[in-house]
Design a protein around this ligand. Structure first.
Ligand code: ASP
Length: 442
């Protein structure tokens, strides 16, 4: 029998009734044998995710503020005890929570604290489905650099082969120090992908609160086109640039073995969802652009120097400076005598930008350095672009008609994307203009 892996996100685990709905989805298809869960998320706008409360617990302990810790932990207890009540089964929540509180107070660490939402959520789902709970620490491994270790896949295969069905907590595994370690936020999607790879699933279903991907953010364009199918590469580009449906790294475990991912809606299970596959079938002239995504919060540092083109080692010296600060760049557009670095503002806290400018100045002695601190990057993505002549001409005409000034252009070498840098305030207008050009053809 084929195997499907289902991953339920935070909104699908938010309260007892939704968890019962998720369990009903699992039971409706005998092929849904492995279930990965997130911690309970928001039940309504303004609500707090359990993971955020857990981080609050950890921050309070670090600040030695026991009162704040108790307050946050109490809120977590109320969430889980309510879930237990709504499900109407003794799930041992009280004892479990007491034990975890002790561990936290005993210095178990930040990642351990953050991981407990998934841990309890998986215990609950396992009890509801009457299926074994298998802890992610049994097979998810991180390496010295803190990234997913390749040994994880074989270990997942070995561990999970002993269980015909299992519920596994998402978001965490074990670090090289033998302690619990988490992925970045939203990393439960990566856990689902690891399990799918471990059991060689025929499908990885990612259950969330939307019916798939839209061609752009519905908060920017009213009812945008829905995408029925996109490739792993297109997904990576769109999610990296802010399309928040799936973690941008979640394709890596399944990509090399070609397991498709389906985005499904827990609250509308009958919807077809979006399939993410190895290669899509495009008809020339029909699908030019698959989707558009963008985000604000980048800085560009542009260096100008006469005869830069002939100066051997110029770029290497500049990159050595940012490398020394542990900063990776997003884009590196260059001209004959100019070079720009586009950097995510998360790296530029507390005087780092000034430090970079000073050190780059010293390293390569440029004639001028210009800095622009509020850049938005907008990616127009689609395999169809390579096959359709005139795509970039249409895109730039649309931006010029909308009065949007383009600061930077970068076209990926595979012609999968065209990325433009615009003023932060123009981000939404830029997305709208491109969407209207390719999807609302006049
Ligand atoms: N609970 C974690 C978060 O809120 C991970 C996840 O939901 O995937 O980021």
């Amino acid at each position: 029998m084929a195997i499907k892996v289902c991953k339920f996100g935070g909104t699908s685990m938010a309260d007892g009734n939704v968890i019962l709905q998720a369990a009903k989805i699992v039971k409706a298809d005998a092929e849904r044998r492995y279930v990965v869960v997130s911690a309970p998320g928001k039940r309504f706008s303004g609500d707090i995710k359990v993971t955020d409360l857990l981080y609050k617990c950890s921050d309070s302990l670090e600040a030695q503020d026991v009162k704040a810790f108790k307050e946050a932990f109490e809120k977590i207890c109320v969430r889980f005890l309510n879930i237990e009540k709504e499900i109407g089964k003794d799930l041992g929540m009280k004892e479990g929570l007491e034990a975890v509180e002790k561990e936290m107070l005993g210095g178990a660490g930040r990642d351990y604290c953050a991981s407990r939402g998934e841990y309890f959520a998986a215990r609950i789902m396992a009890a509801v489905l009457d299926v074994p709970f298998v802890d992610a620490t049994e097979f998810v491994r991180f390496n010295e650099e803190g990234v997913l270790d390749e040994t994880t896949f074989d270990l997942a295969k070995k561990v999970l082969s002993a269980y015909p069905r299992a519920v596994i907590p998402g978001f965490y595994g074990l670090g090289v120090d033998g302690k619990v370690k988490t992925f970045s936020r939203g990393g439960g999607d990566i856990s689902g992908s690891i399990v799918a790879r471990g059991v060689m699933a025929s499908l990885y279903e990612n259950w969330t609160d939307v019916s798939g991907f839209y061609a752009c953010d519905p908060r920017i364009v009213n009812s945008p086109n829905w995408i029925s199918e996109l490739s792993y590469q297109e997904l990576r580009e769109l999610s990296y640039m802010g399309a928040n449906v799936l973690h941008s790294e979640s394709i890596f475990p399944v990509r090399s073995v070609g397991i498709p991912i389906r985005i499904c809606n827990t609250f509308r299970p009958e919807d077809a969802g979006t399939y993410i596959v190895k290669a899509c079938n495009y008809t020339v002239g029909e699908t030019v652009v698959t989707g558009i995504a963008g985000k604000r919060g980048f800085t560009s540092i542009t260096l100008e120097k006469s005869l830069m083109n002939a100066e051997v080692g110029f770029a290497r010296k500049v990159l050595a400076v940012i490398g020394k600060h542990g900063i990776s760049f997003e884009h590196l557009p260059s001209g004959i005598d100019t070079m720009s670095l586009i950097i995510d503002n998360i790296y530029l806290q507390e005087g780092v930008l000034q430090q970079l400018i000073d050190e780059i100045g010293e390293a390569v002695n440029p004639d001028k350095i210009y800095v622009h601190e509020d850049i938005a990057l907008v990616a127009t993505v689609g395999h169809g672009m390579a096959k359709n002549v005139g795509t970039s001409a249409r895109l730039f005409k649309a931006l010029s008609d909308a009065g949007i000034n383009v600061n930077m252009i970068d076209q990926g070498s595979s012609e999968l994307n065209i990325i433009v840098g615009v003023e932060g305030v123009d981000c939404a207008n830029c997305i709208r203009a491109i969407y209207n050009e390719f999807f609302n053809e006049r």
